[in-house]
Write a protein that binds this ligand. Structure first.
Ligand code: TXA
Ligand code: MG
Length: 317
C-alpha cells in the first residue's frame, strides 16, 4: 500500500504499462486495474479475483475523447457522458471499429463498458499511464466491494503489484451501468440515480426483469456470445473438416486449420486469446471446432465455463 504521491502514481503507471495489476481508488469503490489493451494483463484480473467465469469489465478512461477511441457514441450516449462524466456512470456502447481494448474486457461481446472516474488519483493514474484501464471492483469474487485499501490488501494482496491508498472511497456504491447498444437500458442501479439519467434522456430507461420481477444481472444477461461454429470439447483427435483449437502440443494428425491458445500451456495466455480465437474461426466460416482438453485449475475454470456454454445446444433463431 502506498500513499498516492506523484512518485507513487508514476510508479503505478509504469506497472500498468508493463502489464501488472494495480489497485486504485475511484469515487465509488477500489478498482483492480490493468492495461485494457493487454489481453494477458486483463486475464490476470480474472485470475486474481478468482472469478469462475468471464464477465465483461468496465474500462476506465480519462475523458470523452479517450472513450470515443474505444466505443461508438450515439447522440444520446454522448449526452449522458457530457452530463455525468467524470463520475460514477458506466456507459455500455458498441465497440469502435479499431478498438484497441482486448476482447476479453468485453467477454467476447460487440460492446464495451466505459467510464471516466472523478477521483483525482484515478485520473492521475490514467493520465500518467496514457492507457485505458480495465478494472472491476477490487475484491475476490463473491466478496463485497472494497472501499478501503486495506480491504484490497486482505482480499488480493498477493496478486497486485501496488495498491494506491487514498483512504475511504467517498461513494461506496458502484457506478450505475446503462446500456446504449439498443434502447437505453438500466443494467445495474448504482451511484447515479436512474431518475437523473432519465431526465437527461427525456424518456424512461428500459428495465429488464426476470419472472420474479428482479432486475436481471447484466453479467448473465449480456455475456452470451455464442460462436456460429459447432464446438466439440475435450477432443483427442481431429475429424476431417474440423478446425482445431489447440492447447499445448498440437494433436498428431491435425491437418486442417489450427489455432493454438497457448503452445506453452499457459492459462493466462489462453484466456487472453480465447474470444479472439473463436471470432477468427467464425469469421473464416469454420463449421466445427474441436477443442483440446484444458485443465480446470485457476483460469481454466473460466475458460472451460465459456467453452461449455459455447458448446451447449442453443435455440435456433
Ligand atoms: O463503480 C464501479 O463501477 C467499479 C469501479 C472500480 O469503477 N467497478 C465495478 O466493476 O463495479 P465490476 O466489474 O465489478 O462491474 C461491472 C459491471 C458488471 O455488472 C458487468 O456485467 C457490467 O458492468 N458490464 C461490463 N461490461 C459490460 C458489457 N459490455 N455489457 C453489459 N454489461 C457490462
Ligand atoms: Mg463487483
Amino acid at each position: 500500500m502506498r500513499e498516492p504521491t506523484r512518485e507513487a502514481i508514476a510508479a503505478a503507471a509504469n506497472l500498468i504499462v508493463a502489464g501488472h495489476l494495480v489497485a486504485f481508488p475511484t469515487e465509488t469503490v477500489y478498482g483492480l486495474g490493468a492495461d485494457a489493451a493487454n489481453g494477458e494483463a486483463v486475464a490476470r484480473i480474472f485470475e486474481a479475483k478468482g472469478r469462475p467465469r468471464f464477465n465483461p469489465l468496465i474500462v476506465h478512461v480519462l475523458d470523452f475523447e479517450a472513450a470515443r477511441k474505444l466505443g461508438r457514441f450515439s447522440t444520446l450516449a454522448a449526452d449522458l457522458a457530457e452530463a455525468f462524466w467524470p463520475g460514477p456512470l458506466t456507459l455500455v456502447v458498441p465497440r469502435q471499429e479499431n478498438c484497441e481494448a482486448s476482447e476479453l474486457v468485453s467477454a467476447g461481446l460487440d460492446t464495451i463498458a466505459l467510464r471516466a472516474p472523478a477521483n483525482p488519483v484515478a485520473q492521475q493514474l490514467l493520465a500518467a499511464s496514457s492507457r485505458p484501464i480495465a478494472a472491476p471492483s477490487a475484491n475476490r469474487s463473491g466478496h463485497v466491494s472494497a472501499t478501503l485499501a486495506r480491504h484490497v490488501a486482505d482480499d488480493l494482496g498477493g496478486s497486485v503489484a501496488m495498491i494506491l491508498d487514498d483512504g475511504a472511497t467517498s461513494g461506496g456504491l458502484e457506478s450505475t451501468v446503462i446500456s446504449l447498444a439498443s434502447e437505453p437500458a438500466l443494467l445495474r442501479p448504482g451511484a447515479v440515480p436512474s431518475a437523473d439519467i432519465e431526465r437527461v434522456l427525456g424518456k424512461p430507461l428500459v428495465r429488464r426483469q426476470d419472472d420474479a420481477g428482479a432486475l436481471t444481472s447484466p453479467g448473465q444477461l449480456e455475456s452470451h456470445y455464442a460462436p456460429r461454429a459447432a464446438i466439440r470439447l475435450d477432443a483427442d483427435e481431429v475429424y476431417p473438416g474440423e478446425a482445431l483449437l489447440a492447447f499445448g502440443d498440437v494433436l498428431p494428425g491435425a491437418s486442417g486449420r489450427v489455432l493454438n491458445l497457448s503452445p506453452r500451456r499457459d492459462l493466462v495466455e489462453a484466456a487472453a486469446k480465447l474470444f479472439a480465437a473463436l471470432r477468427t474461426l467464425d469469421a473464416e466460416g469454420v463449421s466445427t471446432v474441436a477443442v483440446m482438453r484444458i485443465p480446470n485449475a485457476g483460469l481454466g475454470e473460466a475458460i472451460n465455463d465459456r467453452l461449455q456454454r459455447a458448446a451447449a445446444p442453443r435455440p435456433a433463431n
